[in-house]
Ligand binder design. Sequence first.
Ligand code: PR8
Length: 469
Amino acid sequence: MENFSEWFHDILDKGNIIDSRYPIKGMSVWLPYGFQIRRYTLELLKELFDRDHEEVLFPLLVPEDELAKEGIHVKGFEEEVYWVTKGGNKELNKKLALRPTSETAIYPMFSLWIRSHIDLPLKYYQIVNTFRYETKHTRPLIRVREISTFKEAHTAHATKEECKKQVEKAVELYKEFFDYLGIPYILSKRPEWDKFPGADYTMAFDTLLPDGKTLQIGTVHNLDQTFAKTFDITFENENGEHEYIYQSCYGLSDRIIASIIGIHGNEKGLVLPPVVSPKHVTIIPILFKDTREKVLERCESIKKELESAGIRVDIDDRDIRPGKKFYDWELKGTPLRLEIGPKDLENNKTFITRRDNLEKNEYPLDDNLIENIKEIISQITKDMSSKAFKDLKDAIVYCENIEKIPELIKNKKIVVFSWDGKNSSGEAIEEETGYDILGIHKELDENSNDKCIYSGEKAKYLALIAKTY
Ligand code: PR8
């Protein structure tokens, strides 16, 4: 793909995903096909969350005094907040913020709800829209001003250890989610200057888009007791003493769908991971006048059979050439295409084509069809994921010479380097190379002889640097 940005805009339009011509910058309209992908993506995430989280829904507006309470947090967001200042013609006494994220909406309520250790742990999530007045160049689904699928989880714990464990559990949960979607990721601990405002530390997932730029697709924050102290969230422990709770929060956005589209798609169009594809199978009947009814009838019965096994099926019986139907099926990225014509009925067989690698094979139209299709679908999920992970792994290179970093990054690489962990060296490395440090990828062993790429002093970490969105 030569020009990713152009391809991406084009596919959003041709694929009926979103229309970004809405007359407010950074805000788009979800179109029917995109909406279905969105729906299945959210369903998958909900299934994972619902194992041990509960879903809630908070109001969109946050009163100014609550938003302003946590100093570091509000400082981090002050330039991104949209304000509601009027009700009709009347100035409001208290300005109301459109949530840029919901800590300051949720935590005052936590302080009312959490009383005793038996109320803990508490794990809530909500899927809402949030608003951020982004000043960097906006891009549909990637950097938006209305995040229309903000999936945010907020947890509360009695101990520091338990909270830390929750951060690890959330990381595992996100890994599982990305694996279903075949989205490859690299995990790092964000540097001090890039952590979530108010967090003790931030773990972040980045993926790589075909243009060689990394995209932060999810973050897990350990908030420790910072917000608990600000919002006075305490509980009575088993000894009857009052203690502040420990908190974590984690979030994903519309970038998930941007990654699904950007990472798997190709010149022919979308390639959707089966779990979120509106249809798993498109049946294309090959129609001739005298056999038309018979073929359509058989297609219908196959459709019913597959549907009863939970497979999502569409029959494309439009009165157009099969070639045009193939083209549309490829554009839409449905994982499988089944061709059924009069000859196939005679021979009791069908050709099945995979969208991900365009492999075409003949299968019998017998009792094994459902099992065969299920197996191909699960193979597609695995193959899409391993291909995408391979592309990411191939892009990661180790470098010992700071002067070589810009060239490597220009060649679409993510660079691993040794770092002493000091903010001053980190900032100097960013300055000198012109690129952003993603974060700490690994802690180095005590006995390692690695030297910091900038200071030449003993290195503490292997860190990542790349061109970022
Ligand atoms: C939190 N609070 O808010 P976070 N467009 C698209 N995606 C975005 C944008 C944007 N303008 N800004 C951020 N994201 C915490 C955790 C509740 C939940 C995506 O965390 O500010 C990024 O992928 O890090 C980011 O990792 C995620 O939203 C969560 O936002």
